[in-house]
Design a protein around this ligand. Structure first.
Ligand SMILES: Nc1nc2c(ncn2[C@@H]2O[C@H](COP(=O)(O)OP(=O)(O)OP(=O)(O)O)[C@@H](O)[C@H]2O)c(=O)[nH]1
Ligand SMILES: [Mg+2]
Length: 337
């Protein structure tokens, strides 16, 4: 994506500038270094290590590589039940299956904010634990901020035949700051704190990905542009006149999400220039910010920061579609992991 190249470099540079200014202790924090050591020490003691990745599109690739993979959504109870059955099957394959008294330990590892604690909690909540223990369920802290889990904690997920425990661990990054592209993607997914790069820059980066993807085209049915309409100034200002609270509860969120989708569809599809060109893309992103100010009902004098925060939240909770930041290589067989 040549058009986004400038943004990627800018974000990568911002991450590196902070790293340079604050030293490696910022990127690879002392607690991350301690966590890496603690994880390494435990590896010989645990029975299974599960790496948690955000890698939907990569499932087929990993299967082709004969890696053991399972797609899991921590918010879906039935999916977690299936995952527990999958884990129990793997546990039965372990040598220690003959010793029913031996407790099995699974360790969740991965980069910050990828969903380890949410998965540990869901396994703990959905797993078959005696009723007496259910009453005193503990849980890991789940948060949209990276670096939330500070130490390794153990949660029971299955009681008996055998007992299975899951270890939740702090997210870790490689000790050395990686290249611009990787830094930008890590920042966009929320693995690095937003204020390192700046929310506006991250939202611009997301809008560049969205505008050059096919994802927004699915929102055409919400729009007037597909029916011959164009994004006129009247249409933009009419967004402002929409009722601020059409629905009082959760539906308010759906209503706003639909407005965001429709407005972004309108903005991209009515844009006159070629957005493969970096300058044009920057102009389109500026227009998108202007439209979003109105859709989010923010005062016109608001800075773009509030738009960026809201937009990033919608993107990260999957409400603006799914995007694969690392495209799966077409020649998958030639790649070594
Ligand atoms: N949609 C969706 N969101 C998830 C899922 N798992 C986690 N999340 C969200 O992702 C964010 C991070 O989740 P955590 O479980 O705290 O991530 P973590 O890997 O433990 O993060 P650190 O402890 O900081 O390394 C939270 O906002 C979760 O609600 C999932 O399966 N689906
Ligand atoms: Mg955590």
């Amino acid at each position: 994506m040549a058009a986004t190249g400038g943004l990627i470099q800018e974000i990568g540079k911002a991450v590196k500038a902070v790293a340079k200014g604050k030293g490696s202790k910022w990127w690879y924090t002392p607690h991350m270094a301690a966590a890496s050591r603690a994880i390494a020490e435990r590896i010989p003691l645990v029975d299974l290590v599960l790496e948690v990745r955000d890698a939907r599109e990569w499932m087929k690739f990993f299967e082709e590589q004969k890696s053991m993979v399972f797609g899991v959504n921590s918010h879906n109870r039935d999916n977690i039940k299936e995952f527990l059955t999958f884990l129990q099957a793997r546990v039965r394959e372990l040598k220690k299956k003959d010793d029913p008294a031996h407790a099995i330990t699974l360790m969740l590892v991965g980069i910050p904010n990828v969903g380890k604690s949410a998965l540990a909690n869901s396994l703990h909540q959905v797993g078959r634990i005696a009723a007496a223990e259910k009453g005193k369920l503990k849980h890991s802290v789940v948060s949209p901020q990276p670096g939330e889990t500070k130490g390794i904690s153990s949660l029971k997920v299955i009681a008996s035949h055998p007992n299975i425990y899951v270890l939740d661990t702090p997210g870790v990054l490689p000790p050395d700051v990686v290249d611009d592209g990787v830094c930008s993607k890590l920042a966009l997914t929320g693995a690095i704190k937003d204020d390192v790069v700046g929310e506006i820059e991250l939202a611009q980066y997301f809008l560049s990905i969205l505008s050059l993807s096919d994802e927004y085209k699915k929102w055409g049915k919400l729009s007037g542009v597909g029916n011959g309409g164009v994004l006129t100034n009247e249409r933009i200002s009419s967004l402002d006149k929409r009722p601020k609270r059409q629905y009082p509860t959760d539906h308010t969120q759906d209503f706003i999400v639909n407005n965001v989708r429709r407005s972004l569809f309108d903005a991209v599809s009515s844009f006159a220039g070629c957005i493969e060109n970096g300058e044009n893309l920057a102009r389109l992103i500026e227009e998108e910010f202007e439209v979003l100010l109105k859709v989010f009902h923010l005062p016109l004098e608001s800075n773009y920061c509030r738009v960026a925060t809201k937009l990033l939240n919608l993107y990260r909770t999957g409400r603006l579609g799914h995007y694969t930041l690392d495209p799966v290589p077409s020649n998958a067989h030639g790649i070594l992991l």
